[in-house]
Design a protein around this ligand. Sequence first.
Ligand code: HEC
Ligand code: HEC
Length: 209
Amino acid sequence: MATNMKLNFVLFTLLFVLNAATAQSLVDGSIENGKAISITCGACHGADGNSINPLWPNLASQHASYSVEQLTAYRDGKRMDSLMVAMSLALSDQDIKDLSVYFESLPSSEKVIADPSSFELGQKLYRGGNSKSGVAACMACHGPAGKGNPAALYPSLNGQGAMYTVKQLNDYASGARVSMSPVQIMRDISKKLTEEEIQAVASYIQGLH
Ligand code: HEC
Ligand code: HEC
C-alpha cells in the first residue's frame, strides 16, 4: 500500500513536470505583443491560426522554436516564397519571437484526412517508412500524433493542410526548399518518395491528431 502511494506520487510528479515542460515555450516572447502585430498574418493563416486556404499553412500550436527558425529564414532570404519574404522583411528578431509564441499558444482545430482512399498507404509510410526505397518512418521524428519535437526543431505536422504538405515535399525534392540545419534530412527523404506516396502521406497528416 505504502509503495503504491509512493509510486502514485512519483507518477503524479512526473506528469506534472512533463505538463509544465510542454506548456512552457522554448522561446522568450510576448504572447500579447504577438497577438497585437498578428492582424495581417491572420488574413492568410486564419484569425485563430487555422488557415482556410489549403495552400496557406496552419500556424496554431506550431512550436515557437520552429516558427522562429522559419520566419527568420524567409526574412533573410534563405527560404524562398514571394508572399512570406514580403511579409517578414520588416520584422525584428523580437517581433518574430512574439508572433511565434502567440501562434504556438493557439489550439489547432481537428481536421480530417483529405483522401480516405489513400489512408492505408499514407499510414504505412508515416508509421513505418518504406524499407524498399530507404525512407525512414515520418513518425520517428514527427511523433505518432504528429506533434514533432520543439527542442530538436522537428515541426508538428498534425492537421496541416494536405495541399500545403504536398507543395513542401515537392519543394524539398526539387531542391527549391532548403533545410535550415546543414543536414538536409527532408530533401533526402522527399527525393525517394513517389508522387502517390506524397499525396497519400499528406492526406494522412491532415487527419492526424
Ligand atoms: C498573403 C498571405 C500570407 C500572409 C499575409 C502571411 N503569410 Fe505566412 N505563409 C503564407 C504562405 C503561402 C506560406 C507557405 C509558403 C511556402 O510554401 O514556403 C506561409 C508560411 C508561413 C510560415 C511557415 C510555416 C511552416 O509550417 O513552415 C510561417 C511561420 C508564417 N507563414 C508566419 C506568418 C506570419 C507571422 C505572418 C504575419 C507577419 C504571415 N505569415 C503572413 C502566406 C501568408
Ligand atoms: C530524421 C528526422 C525526420 C524524419 C524521419 C522526417 N522528417 Fe520531416 N522534418 C524534419 C525536420 C528537421 C524538418 C524541418 C526541416 C527544415 O528546416 O526545413 C522537417 C520538416 C518537414 C515538413 C515541413 C513542415 C512545415 O510546416 O514546413 C514536412 C511536411 C515534413 N517534414 C514531412 C515529413 C514526412 C511526410 C516524413 C516521412 C516520409 C518526414 N517528414 C520524415 C525531420 C524529419
